[in-house]
Design a binder for this molecule. Structure first.
Ligand SMILES: [Zn+2]
Length: 77
């Protein structure tokens, strides 16, 4: 999956409110093929328990959480 597609899909997840904060840096993301847990580390890095992330180190779920966090930062500042 290209980066553009990844961002596009992540954007769609956010707009459909499929990203739910669980607290403590953990998020529940309802993807097209299942529900995944995305966790944000102390240094801001994301990890997801889906196969795409395990294989490539990136996925639309973790990207969606990252975009959401950035949007929140922009809102606060
Ligand atoms: Zn994922």
């Amino acid at each position: 999956m290209s980066l553009d597609k990844l961002v596009e899909k992540a954007d769609r997840l956010l707009k459909n409110r499929r990203v739910e904060a669980l607290g403590g840096g953990a998020y529940n993301v309802v993807g097209d093929h299942g529900t995944y847990i995305v966790v944000q580390n102390y240094d801001g890095k994301m990890s997801c328990n889906c196969l795409g992330f395990l294989g490539k180190g990136k996925c639309s779920h973790s990207t969606a959480v990252l975009m959401r966090a950035r949007a929140n930062d922009a809102h606060l500042s």
